[in-house]
Design a protein around this ligand. Structure first.
Ligand code: NCD
Length: 309
């Protein structure tokens, strides 16, 4: 992989994805080999939106590579409260850290911020835009659970409009020629820009308003949360909340090998009774965030070192 920054999943070619996933698998098999690999490195965490998994797994990843974090902390306790611009914030923090991870509510913020810094910047979610590292760990999980990434039929269900994990995943799946079935209420369909990307990539895509008809065909079902915080009107959210849930009854029509995934956090999209079944892969998916982010950081920090020399 030869990128300075990772700001959108659209950057990720099939070769890039395979390189990161192969490296992640190597690291997962032998974590001791990389324990001191980036011993002197600091990762700057700039999270302008809530996060549990993404932030903690980046922190775990750099620490397991021997490095450490410098964390801006919450927006309330930072200079952002005083009106500092994002461009200024990242320019300051790049002086403290060897790489930056940014999560921000505004779509396009990661691309903009990356233009102001020389250290590698990773987008950990820009509003309803992209979340490329989530896609890498999604694909790592899919590759392991569904025995490879070729010839897959993938259902993606829930909030396709505001769900950034969906936008990233749908884009990258086109590199693997997957058949993609999108299931959502009419009002939460994929945004036009993503449909355009998929069309341009010649993707095999169909859209549905209910899961029933296509469930038996699916190898993977990727369920997502309705992104309440991105609805301009709370009533609109309430009108759809609670639809598009799956439980043991729903899955009676599914193949025995169906892989159920979810980027988490879940609200009520997947009934807890599914957690103990062989369908459930979402907790392992979250755990895979560590080796995948270790692999990515390792590669970006190595590239940056190469550029310095
Ligand atoms: C996702 C996100 O932040 O987009 N969470 C995550 O990083 N695993 C999904 C979500 O919030 O629904």
């Amino acid at each position: 992989m030869r990128h300075e920054h990772l700001v959108t999943a659209k950057q990720l070619s099939r070769d890039d994805v395979e390189a990161v996933l192969d490296r992640a698998a190597e690291i997962a098999a032998n974590p001791a080999a990389v324990r001191e690999r980036h011993a002197d490195k600091l990762l700057g965490l700039l999270f302008f939106e809530p996060s549990t998994r993404t932030k903690m797994s980046f922190e775990t990843a750099i620490k397991r590579l021997g490095g450490d974090v410098v964390d801006m902390g919450s927006v309330d306790s930072s200079s952002v409260k005083k009106g500092e611009s994002l461009a200024d914030t990242v320019r300051v923090i790049e002086g403290y850290a060897d790489a930056l991870v940014l999560r921000h509510p505004q779509e396009g913020s990661a691309r903009m911020a990356s233009e102001f810094v020389d250290v590698p910047l990773v987008n950990a979610g820009d509003g309803a835009g992209h979340h490329p590292t989530q896609t890498l760990l999604d694909l790592y999980t899919m590759r392991e659970a569904a025995d490879g990434l070729d010839d897959l039929t993938v259902g993606i269900m829930g909030d396709l409009k505001y769900g950034r994990t969906v936008h990233s995943l749908a884009n990258v799946l086109t590199n693997f020629d997957a058949r993609q079935h999108f299931v959502s209420p009419e009002s939460l369909k994929l945004p036009r820009s993503v449909r355009y990307d998929l069309h341009e990539a010649g993707a095999k895509v169909r859209q549905h308003t209910d899961l029933e008809t296509i469930l038996p065909e699916l190898d993977v079902l990727y369920v997502t949360r309705i992104q309440r915080e991105r609805f301009p009107d709370e009533n609109e959210y309430r009108a759809i909340a609670g639809e598009y849930q799956i439980d043991a009854d729903t899955l009676e029509q599914a193949s025995d090998d169906l892989v159920v995934m979810h980027p988490l956090p879940r609200v009520d999209e997947i009934a807890p009774e599914i957690d103990e079944t062989d369908y459930a892969h979402y907790f392992e998916q979250a755990h895979n965030g560590v080796p995948v982010r270790m692999a990515l950081l390792d590669m970006l920090l190595e590239n940056a070192r190469g550029d310095e020399e």
